[in-house]
Design a protein around this ligand. Sequence first.
Ligand code: MLT
Length: 332
Amino acid sequence: MKLIVKTLTTAALALSMALPAVAADYTMRLSHGDNENNPTHKGALKFEELVEKYSDGRIDVQIFPSNQLGSEQEVAQALRMGSIESEILYTGNLVPLAPSAGVMMLPYAFTSNEEAHAAMDALKGPLNERLPKEAGVRVLGYFEKGFRVLTNGEREVKSLDDLQGLKIRVSKNNIAIETFKSWGLDPIPMAWAEVFPALQQGVIDGQENPYTTAISSKFYEVQKYITEVHYLIWSGPIIVSERYYQGLPADLQEALNKAGEEAAMYEREVSAEETAAAKEKLVELGMTLSGAPVDEEKWQEAAKALWPEFAADIGGEAWVAEATQIMTDAIA
Ligand code: MLT
């Protein structure tokens, strides 16, 4: 009897190895710019799992981390053309292509992660009325990684005076550039993939990104000081090429939307846990965490005064008025 069972099992195994795996109907490459230790990647893995579940395996998601398919801005362009299917990217890297998404970048618009969540969830529908025409992409859900904090290797920054003269990298968009200019700096716009080597080589003194990125990208090896400038929360939409999306049957479009929203909830939880752990770890690793600047109101005043000027960069006055109302209602 044992021999028969063993023979049948071996035969079944041989048969299963001989048969090709059932191919999915659609392949969806998903690019992002962070490495596998970052909450973005953990959220991407959850998104993959959920898409494959809700599509009954008809969509095969393939994740490409660490800018393997190109910089965040280059990949967003490829989505517009339909040559890459999907991406998770920092809003700041999407804005040059899709200005309307920039309302999430208005400096000091949010005082907590919860406020940002409410705003980004309320904006998803209205943005999907605009972004397909504007940039050939649509939003499936929004990741969030907390406030971007300023790191540098030169000196403790506790005030605007301490900041002066530092060479700080910002993402390549006008809002980030002008915000840092309002604080008296001449910031250096640079693609994300170039930041670590630029810090290492002293081309720049500092940068700003969430606490979790300071850990996953090992900034503690080349940076010493952190200041909590609460000007901007890292928001990052999961975007899909509109061409690809429109080529899917309605039930699979629904699967993507559901997976996007649920993966975002998961990533926000992971991010909150990892942010708390990252702060402790960075101190253990020798970094000095200074908290908020002592003159935070001055930073706020200078940056918030620019809001009217940003309208042209983020979709025009009518959209900014509509979007800020949506955000205000969502937060209330
Ligand atoms: C950036 O600073 O360009 C981004 O925050 C990087 C990222 O996507 O994590």
